[in-house]
Ligand binder design. Structure first.
Ligand code: PMV
Length: 314
C-alpha cells in the first residue's frame, strides 16, 4: 500500500518578534519537543483530510484553513498529479495558535509528505515557496521567520529580505517553554502594533528599534556564552513588548513567577496575547523547578528545551 510521511518540528522566537515585521532582526530556534507528522496514504476518491481540527473532504475545509488547501493543490499541480486518490492524516503535538509556528509546521509536513508520496525530490527553496503560500493565507503579511525557523535545524538570525544566517551558540541553553493554553491571534496582534505605529509613530518606532538593538546584543551574548546578560535582555524585551501592547496579565504573571523560581530572564514568545512564554534557566535543575512553578499557577503545558547547535533533522 502506497504511503509516505512528512515531518516538521516547531520553533521558538528567542528575540525580535513583531520588530521583525518592521525590518529589525530576530533570532529563532528549532523546538523539537513538539512536532508534527503528515501521513499521505492511497485512498480512491476525493482527497480526505484528517486532523484534530478538521476531518472531511479537502473541498469542505473551513476558510481559515484555506492556506493548507492551496498548498496541497499547488504541490499536486506542480507535480502534475491529480488532486484526488489520497488521504492526508496529521498527527501533531504542536498546540495551535500559541506562537510555536504550527501553521508553518503543518505546511512543511504536508509538502514533504506529498513529495515523498509522489517520489519526487524537493529542495529547500521549493519547500519554502509552498510554505509561504500557506502562511500568506494565515497571517496576511508574515515576515517569513516561521518558514525559516521551521525548515532550519539550528538557531537562526533572520532579517526580512536578507539571507538567513546560522548562529552558533557557545554552550547549551536551558529553556523552559510554558503554554498559557490561550490562543493568541497573530493577525490581530500584528495589526494592533500597526495601529499603534500609526497613532503614536515616534514612540512605537523607538520601541521597535530598541528591540532590534537587543536582538543584536543577544546574538553576541549567545555566541560568547554570556547567558546572564542574555537573561537580562529577555526581561528588557518583554518590557518593550508590553509597551507594544502584545503581552497580557497572564503572560506577565508567568514571567514574574519564572524569575522568582530562578530564571535568568523570561519573555513572551511569538505574537503574544496568550500563546507561550520562554524562560532562560541557569541549569537543568532550575529549569525543572521553573516548570513546576509554572504548572502550579495553571500553565496548560510546559516543556524543557535543551538547546545545542543541532537538533534532530526532520
Ligand atoms: O506566528 P507567531 O505567533 O510565532 O508570530 C510570528 C512573529 C511575528 O513577528 C509576530 C509576526 C511575523 O510575521 O513575523
Amino acid at each position: 500500500e502506497r504511503r509516505a510521511i512528512g515531518r516538521a518540528h516547531s520553533k521558538l522566537i528567542l528575540m525580535g518578534e513583531h520588530a521583525v515585521v518592521y525590518g529589525e532582526p530576530a533570532i529563532a530556534v528549532p523546538f523539537d519537543a513538539v512536532h508534527i507528522e503528515a501521513e499521505i496514504q492511497h485512498l480512491e476518491g476525493p482527497v480526505l483530510f484528517i486532523s484534530d481540527f478538521f476531518q472531511g473532504e479537502l473541498e469542505k475545509m473551513p476558510k481559515r484553513m484555506q492556506g493548507f488547501v492551496a498548498c496541497i493543490k499547488a504541490v499536486c499541480e506542480t507535480l502534475n498529479q491529480p488532486i484526488a486518490h489520497f488521504r492526508v492524516q496529521l498527527k501533531s503535538t504542536i498546540p495551535i495558535g500559541r506562537g510555536l509556528g504550527s501553521s508553518a509546521a503543518i505546511a512543511v509536513a504536508l509538502v514533504k509528505g506529498l513529495y515523498s508520496y509522489f517520489q519526487k525530490p524537493l529542495n529547500r527553496l521549493q519547500l519554502q515557496d509552498f510554505v509561504d503560500l500557506a502562511e500568506t493565507f494565515a497571517h496576511g503579511n508574515p515576515s517569513g521567520i516561521d518558514r525559516e525557523a521551521i525548515t532550519a535545524n539550528h538557531p537562526i538570525w533572520f532579517e526580512r529580505q536578507k539571507p538567513v544566517e546560522t548562529i552558533r551558540i557557545e554552550k547549551t541553553l536551558h529553556i523552559v517553554v510554558a503554554d498559557t493554553g490561550r490562543v493568541g491571534d497573530t493577525h490581530a496582534a500584528v495589526s494592533s502594533v500597526k495601529a499603534l505605529y500609526s497613532s503614536n509613530q515616534d514612540q512605537t518606532k523607538a520601541t521597535i528599534e530598541q528591540l532590534g538593538q537587543l536582538t543584536h546584543q543577544s546574538r553576541f551574548a549567545l555566541t560568547s556564552g554570556r547567558y546572564d546578560r542574555l537573561g537580562l535582555m529577555l526581561d528588557q524585551a518583554h518590557t518593550l513588548l508590553q509597551r507594544l501592547g502584545v503581552s497580557d496579565p497572564g503572560l506577565d504573571h508567568y514571567v514574574q513567577v519564572s524569575k522568582e523560581a530562578g530564571a535568568l530572564g523570561a519573555k513572551l514568545t511569538g505574537s503574544g496575547r496568550g500563546g507561550c512564554m520562554i524562560a532562560l534557566a541557569p541549569s537543568l535543575e532550575k529549569a525543572l523547578k521553573i516548570e513546576r512553578e509554572l504548572e502550579a499557577i495553571g500553565a496548560e503545558n510546559t516543556w524543557y528545551c535543551q538547546l545545542t547547535n543541532e537538533v534532530i533533522d526532520y
